[in-house]
Design a protein. Structure first.
Length: 207
């Protein structure tokens, strides 16, 4: 079946839609790269850290609600933050079935000094839109995501890689903490209260 040619108005709307999507993706990805360079964290990791800054301890479900995603996506990011020594999991004293996530001193210092995450910027921007624009945006982005074959129910957090495939062996040896992999000036900015030095990454082994 041959498609009919687009009218001038349709072509102009098509071009505006493409430019709009490109602009949003470029703005958020540039912000995410800048944050990773400055802090060593992904956008999703920083967003969850900063959610914990003002809330104290939160459950995985509470973090998922704030991130507008599913518990499994948040759990993956939290596990990475735990390995980096930036958050810790604890069982609630009032309800032993409830597990909460809270910041470590290093995580709190890093979150406090880091810029706003792209996810926080996106949520704030959408919240400022009129209700009619939000409904139109929801229809348009959902239709586009489905056309691309993307998951529209519980997508991963922005710019966060998925879980490691089961066939991929885990890395050997200790993982270098995120803070230790930052430039010296950046490490000084995120040093936790009471710390006198920040551990350095181990030198590469000679071949």
């Amino acid at each position: 079946m041959t498609r009919r040619p687009r009218s001038t108005a349709e072509q102009q709307a098509h071009d505006r839609a493409i430019r709009g999507v490109r602009s949003v993706v470029a703005t958020l990805s540039q912000s995410a790269r800048a944050i990773e360079t400055r802090t060593g964290l992904s956008n999703a990791q920083l967003f969850l850290l900063q959610q914990l800054t003002g809330a104290g301890a939160l459950s995985i479900n509470e973090l998922a609600v704030r991130a507008r995603t599913g518990q499994s996506a948040v759990s993956i990011v939290v596990s990475r933050l735990v390995r980096h020594g930036l958050v810790e999991r604890q069982r609630s004293a009032a309800d032993r079935r409830r597990v909460t996530v809270s910041l470590t001193p290093t995580g709190r210092a890093l979150a406090r000094r880091a810029p706003e995450s792209p996810t926080a910027r996106l949520l704030a921007a959408v919240s400022r839109l009129p209700a009619a624009d939000v409904r139109a945006l929801a229809r348009g982005t959902t239709t586009l995501a489905r056309a691309l074959g993307a998951d529209t129910d519980m997508p991963a957090l922005l710019f966060e890689r998925g879980p490691r495939p089961r066939s991929t062996p885990p890395p050997t040896g200790e993982r270098t903490p995120i803070v230790a992999r930052l430039p010296a000036r950046a490490r000084a900015r995120v040093r936790a209260p009471g710390e006198t030095s920040v551990p350095r990454a181990a030198p590469p082994r000679s071949q």
